[in-house]
Design a protein around this ligand. Structure first.
Ligand SMILES: O=c1ccn([C@@H]2O[C@H](COP(=O)(O)O)[C@@H](O)[C@H]2O)c(=O)[nH]1
Length: 309
């Protein structure tokens, strides 16, 4: 689905937030794990099944209040092919429930290899003429540091299948400035990468004014978020770093445009693990996640309303 479709879902749910599904066994309540590990032993298969059950419980509570989920592939790869099976089934389930799926894979490579990544996550894999969707993502996070060769295959697939990408521009981690804040002829590396996103997206601008090439910009860098929002009018932002990494609503406020659009804010641990912080039992993990997702929506929409004109 294109960026327009993500934005339409944000408008429909009145919610510019995305739930990160980055499950670890430590996050899965014991009552889910016990039965599964009793049956399958301490195996990767059991781990994969536990992650999937955990995710399904979350999706069932959240699908009608959030527009999207963002599974980070590393948390599934950690459990080998059983983990990847859990990822594929999570995506399938989320899509059945009408959610937009951003696969957080941060992929990049030379053109030919990037073709394979684009096909795997957004396109259709050819098996003796049979075209099969491998992971069924709507959107993929990517690293643009190999330049246009690494992005062109994605643009082709986005165009053919109405999909989108988010390119790493200014990441939320503490050391992101080591490279991204360096200057190239008076421009920070993150600005140069942001401009490249505008160029890569120039032929795919949709009805809301945003292209199918978005940018990842961290909530932990509010000044850069504001600067980039002003400089990149056609680039939609994926904003991680809210919640567990310390970012708050005031930090993400200027990621949005005058229509209250322009960005989607992610929270992973803050929502998945909400039941560990409050007065909840393990069995209420998905209810706790829903309450946190509703609180986050209110928190963010209240600051957006301050800047809308
Ligand atoms: O700059 C970036 C890019 C990606 N991420 C990813 O977002 C989530 C954040 O998880 P929290 O638990 O809400 O901190 C995670 O999947 C990261 O890999 C990021 O944090 N920063």
């Amino acid at each position: 689905m294109s960026m327009d479709q993500l934005i339409s879902k944000i408008v429909a749910t009145k919610n510019p937030t995305v739930v990160g599904l980055d499950p670890k066994l430590d996050y899965v309540p014991n009552y889910i794990k016990e039965k599964i590990f009793e049956k399958y032993g301490n195996t990767l298969k059991a781990a994969g099944k536990a992650l999937l059950k955990f995710n399904i419980g979350l999706i069932d509570e959240l699908y009608d209040i959030v527009p999207a989920i963002k599974p980070q592939v590393a948390y599934y790869e950690m459990y080998g092919y059983e983990g990847l099976k859990a990822l594929a089934k999570t995506i399938e389930y989320a899509k059945e429930k009408g959610l937009y799926v951003i696969i957080d894979g941060k992929r990049n490579d030379i053109g030919t290899t990037m073709d394979a990544y684009a096909t795997a996550h957004l396109g259709l894999t050819d098996v003796n003429g049979e075209k099969i969707s491998a992971f069924q993502g709507d959107c993929l996070t990517v690293n643009g540091y190999l330049g246009t060769d690494g992005i062109s295959p994605l643009l082709k697939v986005c165009n053919e299948f109405d999909k989108s990408i988010f390119v790493l521009v200014k990441t939320s981690n503490p050391s992101s400035g080591e490279l991204q804040d360096k200057l190239i002829e008076d421009h920070h590396v993150y600005e140069v990468m942001g401009e490249m996103c505008e160029t890569w997206g120039q032929d795919s601008i949709g009805k809301y004014g945003y292209s199918s090439v978005g940018a990842v910009v961290g909530a932990t860098y509010p000044e850069q978020l504001k600067e980039l929002r002003e400089k990149l009018p056609h680039t939609f932002f994926l904003v991680p770093g809210y919640g567990a990494q310390g970012g708050g609503a005031n930090d993400v406020k200027y990621a949005f445009d005058q229509n209250g659009l322009g960005a989607i804010v992610n929270s992973s641990r803050g929502i998945m693990c909400a039941y560990k912080n409050g007065d909840f039992t393990e069995k209420e993990y998905s209810k706790a996640a829903k309450l946190e997702a509703l609180r986050m929506r209110e928190d963010i929409t209240s600051v957006i309303n301050e800047i809308k004109f």
